[in-house]
Design a protein around this ligand. Structure first.
Ligand code: NAD
Length: 470
């Protein structure tokens, strides 16, 4: 690995080591190690090898922590990062090139360009629901942009965290990428340090802690948060397709997905048909007893399991509702027309419970959405383009799909991020590279000509010329 400070992995971080870890990353950055594109490419290729050579281990860890079905884990935690890596590999030189900009006549002769400059040391704090993807996808952009990176995975998925803590120093330059394991205390110790960017994914309450700490050092932040993402099903929707796509997006990872449909607003007249199709889809996907299938994940821990059962208390359960605390299992559950003031309709559900509410019209659905915080995602199902366009233009959300769920996240050509309380900033593909680069404006002038017009003394002749042209 060459010269530099060797940073060992931190199984459960000794808090006193944190300042040195950050200082080590800064020293490596200041030494210029991460700047050459060839170094970045090599690190990205190693990260790809980490994923492809250890897929089985990571799948097993995702199964242990979240009961993640193999196909879901392979696609949403591993393939999505490999796809991101390949996209970066195909484009990095182009993105990193100086970008020419126009030069106004008044500044000629001269030329202008925008340089992409690495920021320095980036802190990535990630949650437990997609613990591989949400830690490594920001890392791809951080390396691509030429930064050093400190990774802080979630303590809630500790099998995945400890696997990554072991693998990352085996594959990546340990002077430039390091991982700190631990929980609140370790994260807070990290937040006391100065970083050049903090990339946080998780809930809004912790995001406020992160932003407050970042303010102390004037460190910019990207906040990837959550919220209650609605689905709107119009009368003219293809109900079979809507039921299937909503069910898939909802019960993927047992509903523990930041962009999962949180609730459905279905237009009056088709609610019975839609609900029956949803129920039939659950049977088709997971069988009569979904506890027996391998294709449905589990709730991350006992605390979240109890929280979800609490949300169901006193609710009009229309389908499902069975649970098993020992297995952290909750059946795919549909609640019909819960009270909008109930906790189920106030908090982000983040589990396998789907409220379905009937609304008299699309206008009423739009009103319902607009009376609440801006969500991370919104999904509209309709056969009419004017209906889906009306929903898209009259509501605000981080991203959206028409006649689909989740796919907006998986396209590296689209920015992924929230708006308002669902997040700040965006990433994926070129977006991560741009977010974790400084855009430096540069003007270069020749010296063979140096018109005196702009310099004092400001004679009346100069003033007259300036008045004429400006
Ligand atoms: P979590 O509990 O794992 O917390 C996320 C990170 O914050 C962890 O690394 C944790 O150690 C740290 N943390 C927790 N409490 C802290 C504290 N008091 N001080 C400092 N650090 C602390 O995950 P979570 O927040 O429960 O994740 C679920 C939330 O994340 C949901 O709201 C979901 O919608 C959102 N989410 C958003 C995205 C996105 O890309 N927008 C993706 C996944 C999840």
């Amino acid at each position: 690995m060459g010269a530099g400070v060797q940073l060992a992995p931190v199984p459960h971080t000794d808090l006193s080591r944190i300042p040195d870890l950050v200082a080590g990353l800064r020293q490596a950055f200041d030494g210029g190690r991460t700047r050459p594109i060839a170094w970045r490419r090599e690190q990205l290729a190693r990260l790809r090898a980490l994923l492809t050579e250890n897929t089985d281990r990571l799948l097993a860890a995702l199964q242990a922590d979240l009961g993640k079905p193999e196909l879901e884990a392979r696609t949403t935690d591993i393939a999505v990062v490999v796809q991101e890596l390949d996209h970066v590999a195909a484009n990095l030189e182009r993105w990193a090139r100086p970008e020419p900009a126009a030069t106004p006549l008044t500044q000629k002769p001269g030329s202008s360009r925008v340089l992409r400059e690495p920021l320095g040391v980036v802190l990535v704090i990630s949650p437990w629901n997609y613990p591989v993807q949400l830690l490594l996808s920001p890392l791809v952009g951080s390396i691509a942009a030429g930064n050093t990176t400190l990774l802080k995975p979630s303590e809630l998925t500790e099998t995945v965290s400890s696997a990554l803590a072991e693998l990352i120093p085996q594959y990546l330059d340990p002077t430039c990428t390091t991982l700190v394991e631990g929980g609140v205390e370790e994260t807070q110790a990290l937040l006391a340090e100065r970083f050049d960017h903090i990339f946080y994914t998780g809930n809004g309450a912790v995001a406020r802690i992160v932003m407050r700490a970042a303010a102390e050092h004037l460190t910019p932040v990207t906040l990837e948060l959550g919220g209650k993402s609605p689905c709107i099903v119009a009368k003219d929707a293809n109900l079979d397709v809507a039921a299937r796509r909503i069910a898939w997006g909802k019960w993927l990872n047992a509903g523990q997905t930041c962009v999962a449909p949180d609730y459905v607003l279905v237009e009056e007249g088709v609610e019975e048909a839609f609900l029956e199709k949803l129920r039939a889809t659950i049977r088709e996907f997971y069988g009569d007893d979904p506890q027996k299938t391998d294709d449905l994940g589990r709730i991350v821990n006992g605390r979240h399991h109890a929280r979800l059962l609490g949300l169901l208390e006193g609710q009009p359960i229309w389908h499902g509702g069975r649970s098993d605390a020992a297995q952290r299992y909750i059946e795919p559950t549909i609640v019909r027309n819960p009270r909008p003031e109930s906790k189920l309709m106030q908090e982000e559900i983040f589990g396998p419970i789907l409220p379905v509410l009937t609304v008299p019209s699309i206008d009423a659905a739009i009103d319902f959405v607009n009376k609440r915080e801006k969500p991370l995602a919104l999904y509209v199902f309709s056969s009419s383009e004017s209906t889906s366009e009306a929903v898209l233009t009259r509501t605000s959300s981080g991203g959206a799909c028409v006649n689909a769920t989740i796919w907006q996240v998986a396209n590296p050509h689209l920015p992924f991020g929230g708006v308002g309380p669902s997040g700040m900033g965006s990433y994926h593909g070129r977006g991560t590279f741009e977010t974790l680069s400084h855009h430096k404006a540069v003007v270069s002038k020749t010296t063979w000509v140096d018109p005196k017009i702009a310099y004092p003394p400001y004679t009346s002749f100069k003033k007259a010329i300036v008045r004429k042209v400006m």
